[in-house]
Design a protein around this ligand. Structure first.
Ligand code: ADP
Ligand code: MG
Length: 487
């Protein structure tokens, strides 16, 4: 589609994100809420909605919702009611879902995203409410039969609804990225979109630029990765603009994203609230969230990604890039912060984590927690390089792998054993330099006539003749003064 046509429309996107909470038991029963159990093993009469059973509210689910609410600056609702949202579906044993309708646990707040152009944008939230998940229908495993697994039925979900304030697929991607980071820092959800513990529906509408009314919105479902959310939105924007350009209306409906074609197809007409016949859940008394409860949660809040990010830049002097990569995962942020309590070589510590450590962990598919290296050993390794005893590349390629296999040896012992300590003896280095200069008299003349690029060539020779052991910064200093003093 031509850019000028696209430019004459304004796009509005609101996301609904279902966050599966990492509680041990379900939202309204003591059935286990674990992922991946044998089908239909985490069931009790409550989950199956047998007559006479009653729901009982999971306090941990409230704790987790309050955590995310505090992290987003939301208002926490004190008096919480639950409601029944009725619809029929085989994976919904009760024939209704217990959810919060008029009193979502969190109201308002915002999440700050960072666009690729480096611009910050606060996306306002409308609400977050607690509800229970459905079971799973499994099609296609047995021909012409739908299998039902009720393990997931009743597991706690926190549904987060954004204001229609997102304008591109890229921003939606960034929003999900920030939410995933947040829920992982807070330990309330594993954030895994591929396993559907984080699910996103996107509401998308387009309208002519300058129009005061929002366009007709289409809801897109079934996007199981952040990349797919971005692709589905991009496709949907084009589809809607193309319709309007042809003079055809956009229909309010729910559409399904098709991973293979990258397109969306119509699923059903959009339900309206009245079709769900919301009414107050009579079996659950109102839940009162006291100020004391909220304060007790506030005390357990970890440092959040944004706080680490600012600390890493302002206190440790890292670049924005390094700070953002190091705060992507909580374990990295904590480990780096810990390292910086034991060394002042902050940038070097960051480079070690971003380079050799990340490389090793990726290669082995290990989380940082399984890095077999204590903070002390790591600091000793960094110091070995920064004090000029060993080259970084030598330390990274020879000492680091050995330390991983034998975490009990000190980096210094490895360096000595393998004879890797750099030569920092000035007399030795000067002799080495004199030798190299004597071997290339014509290059020395060329250098003096202005070919300063030859410095690198001389350094290369010096490093080669020393078997890589010359202290490079020192040798380079001595080389320059040797070149400048001879006439
Ligand atoms: P429903 O409960 O019917 O899904 P909501 O009012 O809860 O409707 O809104 C759901 C989502 O749709 C929210 O994220 C909201 O920002 C978004 N939304 C509302 N109107 C529009 C619109 N015209 N275009 C795009 N998104 C919209
Ligand atoms: Mg909705």
């Amino acid at each position: 589609m031509h850019a000028t046509i696209k430019d004459s429309y304004q796009v509005v996107i609101g996301l609904e994100i279902h966050i599966q909470l990492l509680t041990h038991s379900k939202m309204f029963s003591s059935d286990r809420a674990e992922y991946g159990a044998l089908p239909n093993t985490n069931l009790s009469p409550v989950t199956l909605a047998c007559p006479g059973t009653l729901p009982r509210v999971n306090k941990k689910a409230f704790d987790y919702a309050i955590k995310l609410g505090l992290a987003c600056g939301s208002t926490i609702t004190d008096l919480n009611f639950f409601a029944r949202k009725s619809y029929f579906y085989p994976d919904l044993p009760k024939g209704f879902q217990i959810t919060q309708d008029t009193t979502p646990i969190c109201q308002g707040g915002f999440v700050t995203i960072y666009t690729n152009e480096g611009v910050e944008k606060a996306i306002p939230l409308i609400r977050m409410h607690l509800e229970e998940d459905t079971g799973k229908s499994i099609h296609g495993v047995v021909e012409e039969v739908t299998l039902l697994d009720y393990n997931r039925a009743g597991t706690p979900l926190l549904e987060l609804v954004t204001a229609p304030a997102i304008t591109t697929g890229e921003e939606a991607y960034q929003f999900l990225y920030e939410i995933r980071k947040l829920v992982r820092y807070l330990d309330i959800c594993d954030g895994n979109m591929e396993e559907a513990s984080l699910r996103c529906d996107a509401n998308i509408s387009v309208a002519r630029k300058g129009s005061k009314q929002l366009g007709v919105r289409v809801e897109v479902k079934n996007m199981n990765s952040m990349r797919n959310v971005q692709l589905a939105i991009a496709h949907e924007i084009e589809r809607q603009i193309a319709l309007l350009e042809k003079g055809e209306p956009v229909i309010a409906e729910t559409r399904n994203f098709q991973v293979d074609s990258g397109e969306t197809i119509s699923l059903r007409a959009k339900e309206t609230a009245s079709e769900y016949r919301y009414f107050p859940e009579p079996d659950i008394p109102p839940i009162w969230v006291s100020k004391e409860w909220i304060e007790s949660i506030r005390k357990t809040m970890p440092l959040l990604p944004r706080a680490y990010f600012i600390k890493f830049i302002e206190v440790y002097g890292l670049s924005e890039y390094a700070a953002s990569v190091l705060t992507e995962h909580k374990a990295f942020a904590i480990f780096f912060d810990e390292l910086c309590q034991h060394t002042t070589y902050y940038t070097a510590a960051a480079n070690w984590l971003l380079g050799p450590v990340k490389g090793y962990l990726n290669e082995q598919s290990l989380p940082l927690e399984e890095l077999p290296l204590t903070v002390d050993r790591f600091v000793a390794l960094i110091t070995l390089v920064e004090s000029g005893m060993v080259h970084f590349s030598v330390a990274a390629n020879q000492i680091f792998p050995l330390l991983l296999q034998q975490p009990d040896i000190t980096p210094m012992a490895v360096a000595e054993q393998l004879d890797l300590i750099q030569d920092s003896d000035e007399a030795n280095l000067k002799a080495l330099i004199a030798e190299v200069l004597a071997a290339h008299p014509e290059k020395v003349v060329a250098y003096k006539n202005g070919k300063s690029g030859l410095l690198a060539m001389f350094m290369g020779e010096i490093m080669k003749n020393s078997q890589g052991k010359a202290n490079a910064p020192l040798a380079s200093k001595l080389l320059e003064s040797a070149l400048n003093s001879t006439s």
